[in-house]
Design a protein around this ligand. Sequence first.
Ligand SMILES: C[S@@+](CC[C@H](N)C(=O)[O-])C[C@H]1O[C@@H](n2cnc3c(N)ncnc32)[C@H](O)[C@@H]1O
Length: 249
Amino acid sequence: MNNSNEYTQTQPILQEPWVKLANGSDLENWSRQDEIAYNQTNRQCQKLAFFMQAFDFLTDNKIEGDYHEYGCHRVRTFRMALTEARRHNLESMKFFAFDSFEGLPAVESQPSHQVWQQGALKTAQEEFWHLIKEHGIYVDSCQTIAGFYKERLTPELQQSFLAKNNKIALACIDCDLYESAVPVFEFIEPLLQEGSLLYIDDLFTGYKGSPVKGVAKAFAEFQQKSRFKFAPHIQVGWWGRSFITYLDD
Ligand SMILES: C[S@@+](CC[C@H](N)C(=O)[O-])C[C@H]1O[C@@H](n2cnc3c(N)ncnc32)[C@H](O)[C@@H]1O
């Protein structure tokens, strides 16, 4: 389940079923709260395992550039990126947090998640900064870009990144909806370089896992237009995957 060495089993279990399984008495009082904590712990462990590998990949392949996150909410993945960047001593990396800080926009694409309503998943900018400062890693290298993507990700903003030659090393796209992902892909295209990693969190989320709906649909459309190709890289849980950006020339 997890490819982090922290979870690698080193002591054999000497009887069937050969893995440690909770039994009826362990789960006698198992509640909905336990279920939520169990899922969250499993999911965040798998995301952290991804970030460990992603930064190792970037460093080993000498991919320089910045971290972009589209969808920051509780700052879980953003803090993972900061921690792993620090572990690789990436002193010159910049960390851009793109979010409305007002939650989801008006929802247009009929997702299967009832909770994905306008305003859901809101974390205000003050709370974002509180969590970043409390975390205490590369705080001065972090920048928020607040607003809904459709209006905020303008050609002028794109141009300001290009003018400073700010390329993407790793982009984490975690904005749930088809209509949110479309402008994100358009925005990042000129900022990508050979070796940029794209982590797409919601490939199989929110539209009954359909590969032709939601963020997966936005990514498929983007691949038709982009000058780059994208090699499937690391599978992250049941929901996401990273891709390596490359040129086929
Ligand atoms: C699933 S949460 C991100 C979780 C986050 N990566 C974490 O680890 O805590 C989705 C986020 O995307 C943002 N978002 C979704 N669509 C957006 C849009 N069109 N414009 C701006 N922000 C958007 C929401 O505000 C929310 O913070």
